[in-house]
Design a protein around this ligand. Structure first.
Ligand code: ADP
Length: 774
């Protein structure tokens, strides 16, 4: 192979057409003579390279040249061949066989054929052998290599290129740099036009284009890769423009990502430094503090001149300086981190508590490159610490106070439990006694220790008073533990250790745990033995009293009733004696007769009153709503004569109705009114006022007079039977009126009492049930 083996020597004068066959046969490069009709004559080298047939010494002939090449290669060669047939020399680079090396094809016009037809020579020069070594070498370095033709079509690639680009060799071969499928971009994201691709730029300029960053899209994994692309043009000797370009590219995606990450974290770090209240500074390896220190300057207000070297110490509080110098010297000598707290003067002159830290930055050689330090404002931290200390102290105080309270409460509760007269039990959820006070133990004849830890129900509450068994689910104490409701039981028994029932009343209250759930119960028990005995006695007394009352009433009634008959007889005969013998006997006899008459009259009135008293409530007529106004009108009629004789007045304002027996109520009011008129003061006309007002379920009636009044010591006694405060001669009466009044009021379920002072009139109060509103 010689350098002269291109088209130009063929056109050089000196060679004649007659030399051509000899040349054809002699050349070691494949050479084809192709006629316009497609017939090709191959020299032996071409025969060897392009056909399977054994080379003929005189060369071989083929009817259709395209059959010698793959369709792609034939397609590429057609253009240059046609140009050569028309008299132009043209070139193309092709790869004859997949995986083979690049072959430079030169098509040159040849002398016309015997029949004058146009002919062209195709000269094939394999350029690949050294290239494949380079390709392998690059592959070993992980670099992608593509050999591209003058039109930037890819002729050959190494395996790294297929890996980096994510495309097979077949997909890559023939694709040019203008292909839009690359979707190439610049690092700033703008599109990378194909005509500015390094390979095209190198082909155009003939210059090597180095390290152009480029992003390409890989459809197969569907990702973007970053490449650094270098394009090296190849210009063949004697040529002006490059025929080929070798494009070498490295995948720098990982580095790009790392750099982007780094840029991000650097950015973050910068913002952090800016945002923080810290001062960031640096110092020389030997500890010298030199400008510029913008953070320091901004905080302290010191100028470069004043803080340089040891000047910065002037911004440290005088009391903290010695310690600071010592720490800084120790750190720079020992190359250990510097850490000190001191007060630093701010530009406004105030000292701020600061924490200073610095670390040495060591270079690759193990030497300190610089010190990087920070000052952190500790005011907030100090304040927070102080607040925390105060808070703790306060908490401590409160805990102590609370503990004391609790101790007091505990002592008090213990005292209360011990001293309480009532028995107190505590039960847990199972009904087991957890505590019992001495009173409880005493009441039931057990020791406290014996009771604690045992089921309360089984020990003391197992049976009813009548001996029936007491099932647990019926037990109110157990029910309270179940449902958390407080219960009160007035009659029950608990069993004494000696086997007899103790009558008890108790209250069961649930206890709760911290979460609010029922945790048991407290039972406060009262021994009701005494109470029940007293109540039984009271019942007996009442029964006896009622019985004797009834007997007495019966006696009074019967006596007064039965006495009426003989009295009438005595009265009739006395009358007869008077009528027939008055004035016929001596005056003494007349006097005796008069006494007898008087006594009979008085006795009759006494018996009437007594009978009236005994009769109250004996008739079984029903109670009815009764208008007080109507009663007052009737009472006024009853006392009319007295009013007219004595010149007294009766007024009333009684808008209410009561529930009662009208005849009795009339008697009641008439009695009170006539007393008011009867016990009149000498110096004034009698005046009685009756009023009523509503008082809950009762009507409160007052009968007020302006009479002589009653001394307080008689306020109760006046309601007893036959009680009188005056001589019969002064005020007539039997002393039964108020007794009957009281009986009538009490029969209606009300009360009667009086308010009075001698000489100031009297007010009688009584309550009667209000009539139901219909
Ligand atoms: P009597 O039938 O004698 O009036 P009462 O039972 O009505 O008896 O009254 C008992 C006594 O109470 C009267 O004797 C009188 O001394 C005193 N008394 C009753 N009402 C009045 C009154 N309005 N003012 C003063 N004293 C009264």
């Amino acid at each position: 192979m010689t350098d002269q083996s291109d088209s130009r020597p063929l056109t050089r004068p000196g060679f004649s057409g007659a030399d051509a066959p000899a040349l054809l046969l002699a050349l070691p490069d494949p050479l084809l003579l192709i006629a316009a009709d497609g017939t090709a004559h191959l020299n032996p080298a071409a025969q060897t390279a392009l056909t399977d047939a054994a080379p003929q010494p005189g060369g071989g002939r083929v009817t259709g040249w395209t059959a010698l090449f793959t369709p792609e290669v034939a397609g590429v060669l057609r253009g240059p061949l046609e140009a050569a047939l028309e008299g132009q020399t043209a070139r193309a680079s092709v790869v004859l066989r997949p995986g083979g090396s690049v072959t430079l094809v030169t098509a040159a016009p040849a002398a016309p054929g015997p029949d004058g037809e146009a002919r062209a020579l195709l000269h094939l020069r394999e350029t690949g052998a050294p290239l494949s070594v380079a390709l392998d070498f690059m592959d070993g370095l992980g670099l992608g290599v593509a050999v591209q033709g003058h039109d930037s079509r890819i002729l050959q690639v190494n395996p790294s290129a297929t890996r980096i680009l994510g495309l097979s060799e077949a997909q890559l071969s023939g694709r040019d740099s203008l292909d839009p499928r690359w979707r190439a971009i610049h690092p700033d994201g703008l599109p990378f036009p194909g005509d500015t691709h390094p390979s095209n730029a190198a082909l155009r300029s003939g210059q090597t284009i180095r390290d152009v960053p480029m992003g390409i899209y890989r459809p197969e994994p569907g990702d973007w890769r970053w490449l650094h692309v270098t394009a090296i043009p190849h210009t063949l000797p004697g040529q002006d423009t490059p025929e080929q370009v070798t494009t070498v590219f490295a995948d720098v995606t990982d580095r790009y990502r790392m750099e982007a990450d780094l840029r991000g974290s650097e950015q973050r770090f910068r913002s952090l430094v800016e945002a923080t209240t810290q001062i960031v500074w640096d110092a020389h390896p030997d500890g010298t503090f030199l400008p510029p220190q913008p953070g320091w300057e901004a905080f302290t207000g010191q100028s470069e001149a004043s803080y340089s070297y040891a000047g910065w110490l002037n911004a440290v509080h005088p009391e903290d300086r010695a310690r600071t110098i010592e720490c800084w010297q120790r750190a720079t000598l020992t190359r250990q981190p510097y850490l000190v707290e001191h007060r630093l003067r701010r530009a406004d002159g105030t000292y701020v508590p600061m924490q200073a830290r610095a670390v040495p930055v060591i270079d690759d050689g193990g030497q300190i490159r610089e010190w990087v330090g920070t000052h952190t404002d500790m005011s907030d931290v100090r304040e927070a610490q102080q607040a925390l200390i105060d808070l703790n102290a306060d908490l401590e105080r409160r805990v102590q106070a609370r503990t004391l309270d609790l101790a007091n409460v505990t002592r008090f509760s213990t005292l209360l439990l011990t001293a309480a007269g009532e028995g107190i039990f505590g039960l847990d959820l199972r009904g087991v006694t957890t505590f019992a006070n001495p009173a409880a133990a005493r009441m039931l004849g057990y020791s406290v220790e014996r009771m604690i830890g045992h089921s309360q129900h089984e020990l003391v509450h197992h049976h009813h008073a009548d001996g029936r068994e007491y099932p647990l689910h019926d037990c109110p104490i157990h029910q309270t533990i179940q449902d958390g409701q407080t219960r009160r039981v007035d009659h029950d028994v608990m069993w004494h250790a000696q086997g007899y029932p103790v009558p008890v009343a108790y209250v069961v209250t649930p206890t709760h745990d911290e979460a609010g759930a029922v945790s048991g119960a407290v039972v406060m028990v009262q021994d009701t033995t005494e109470r029940e005995r007293a109540q039984a006695q009271l019942r007996d007394v009442i029964e006896n009293l009622e019985r004797s009352n009834q007997d007495l009433e019966q006696f009074a009634y019967v006596a007064s009733h039965d006495l009426q008959e003989p009295l009438r007889t005595v009265g009739s005969y006395t009358e007869l004696l008077v009528r027939r013998y008055q004035g016929q006997l001596d005056p003494r006899a007349d006097q005796y007769l008069h006494y007898m008459q008087d006594a009979v009259t008085r006795m009759r009135s006494l018996i009437q009153d007594l009978l009236g008293f005994a009769r109250v409530g004996r008739q079984e007529t029903p109670l009815e709503p009764t208008d007080l106004g109507g009663l007052l009108r009737a009472a006024e009629q009853n006392v009319r004569a007295t009013l007219e004789q004595g010149g007294g007045t009766l007024e009333w304002h009684t808008p209410h109705a009561v529930l009662g027996r009208p005849s009795l109520l009339l008697q009641l009011l008439t009695n009170l009114i006539s007393n008011g008129l009867k016990f009149r003061a000498e110096d004034r006309l009698p005046r009685v006022q009756v009023r009523s007002e509503l008082d809950g379920e009762f009507v409160h009636v007052t009968v007020q007079d302006n009479g002589i009044g009653i001394a307080p010591e008689y306020h109760t006694r006046v309601f007893d039977i036959f009680q009188r405060l005056h001589l019969r001669e002064t005020f007539a009466g039997n002393g039964m009126g108020l007794a009957i009044c009281r009986k009538i009021v009490e029969f209606h379920g009300g009360r009667i009492w009086l308010e009075s002072l001698p000489g100031q009139g009297s007010t009688f109060h009584l309550t009667l049930p209000v009539a139901p509103t219909s």
